[in-house]
Ligand binder design. Structure first.
Ligand code: ZN
Length: 423
């Protein structure tokens, strides 16, 4: 039999555990605020409840506040992964086809729960997940589980099933005419696009993800798939609903259509030309380069990482440099899932290696992504009023982004999930 006290304790339990201490004063060596390329030495950050209350030198901790010293560390905004697939795991473990066709939904979801935890522990407190790749709407449930504090993970922006042109995705290579489960929802025509995008938004999509090009048979180059009118219809549904539209595209024609359709981000963009990137700049369209995906796939095919790199890797670096030269808003998104979740820093290191200054990579991974995804009023910077999503790393990531591998503390919404005093 349960006493009344025990019962009230039990009822209070989950809420009490989720409530962060009244105030926490963080005292690192320096603060990278997410926008200024120069870190602020000697700054401190005061967290009250789930928000950042004050930032600057010589803050006074209120009565009862917990003080955490982080000597030698840089405190910065929780990082934002721009392009992930939590329902995929590295292709050298299991091919994409086999994941989509042979792994039960519960298995894929169990993996995704672990992937979400690994991502958060690596200091990524927000993540845009661009499609479950055959796992239906399971990302919506995972997002709810994280938001309800049932499992740890980043704040998610999810795309659910994603949308492709009829017959233009995979898995492929079976008896023609036999229905094979696909990695995304297929549409033909503007009406079907509109219906699919509305269904996905109604089911919980924060992002409408579309494929402007793809290869029709393996070994073929990518070719345009969805028409400009279809892409525009999907983007219009997204924007009417206050969501964003993301487009996979690797061909100049696919990218041209996506730009004309008014989408918010273009993913991969390997075949982008100076003219295409100028148009992206002029329209303020974000570019997720996914250098880590082409790097990982080349390694799975036997590349040992030595130069000269395979042409696929070189093509990706070239597009990234063209985009930087055109001053396109650069999104930090690696297509993680193709490689291991929790190693999201791989994209950042490759951006730096391809010529982007470390501080600019750090800006892209924090306030840059927050602006591109329209969430800068809540996350992506260290400033009063924003959610207390904060990460401390050893050393100075604005000098070398490899510092983000050495995570010392992760705080999400004021609660410490990794480091001194983790709950
Ligand atoms: Zn992707």
């Amino acid at each position: 039999m349960m006493t009344l006290a025990a019962l009230s304790l039990m009822l209070a339990g989950p809420t009490a555990a989720a409530t962060p201490p009244a105030a926490v004063l963080l005292r690192p060596a320096q603060v990278f605020d997410g926008s200024d390329p120069h870190p602020h030495r000697g700054w401190e950050v005061l967290v009250q409840g789930d928000h950042i209350a004050a930032v600057g030198p010589h803050l006074t901790a209120p009565q009862g506040a917990r003080v955490i010293d982080l000597p030698g560390d840089t405190l910065m905004p929780g990082m934002i992964e721009g392009h992930s697939h939590l329902f995929l795991h590295p292709y050298d473990e299991t091919s994409w086809d086999d994941q989509v066709l042979h792994e039960p939904l519960a298995l894929r979801t169990a993996r995704a729960v672990v992937h979400a935890r690994d991502t958060l522990m690596a200091g990524f407190t927000t993540e845009r997940d661009l499609g479950t790749e055959g796992a239906g709407y399971a990302d919506v449930g995972l997002k709810q589980a994280i938001d309800q504090g049932i499992v740890p993970g980043p704040r998610l922006l999810v795309a659910t099933r994603a949308i492709v042109a009829e017959g233009a995705y995979g898995p492929k290579g079976f008896e023609p005419g036999v229905d094979i489960p696909q990695g995304a929802q297929e549409v033909s025509g503007v009406d079907e696009m509109t219906r699919a995008a509305r269904d996905q938004v109604a089911a919980g999509a924060d992002v409408v993800k579309m494929y402007a090009d793809y290869h029709y048979q393996s070994g073929e180059p990518s070719r345009p798939t969805l028409s400009e009118a279809e892409l525009a219809a999907g983007a219009a549904v997204a924007h009417d609903a206050g969501r964003i539209a993301a487009v996979h595209s690797v061909t100049p024609e696919g990218m041209r259509r996506a730009i004309a359709a008014g989408v918010d981000t273009i993913e991969h963009g390997y075949g982008g030309t100076p003219e295409i990137f100028k148009a992206m700049h002029d329209h303020g369209i974000g570019y997720c380069t996914t250098l880590a995906a082409s790097d990982a796939v080349a390694r799975y095919r036997g590349w040992d990482g030595t130069e000269p790199a395979p042409s696929s890797v070189e093509e990706n670096r070239h597009a990234f440099r063209l985009a930087m030269a055109a001053d396109v808003p650069i999104c930090m998104g690696g297509d993680v899932g193709v490689f291991a979740h929790g190693e999201n820093w791989r994209e950042m290191e490759l951006m730096q290696a391809a010529g982007m200054p470390a501080a600019q990579v750090m800006i892209a991974a924090t306030s840059g992504n927050a602006h591109i995804f329209h969430i800068a009023d809540t996350v992506g910077a260290v400033k009063p009023g924003l959610l207390a999503d904060l990460v401390a790393v050893a050393g100075d990531p604005t000098a070398d982004v490899a510092a983000v591998r050495e995570v010392r503390l992760v705080m999400k919404g004021g609660a410490i999930v990794r480091g001194p005093g983790a709950e």
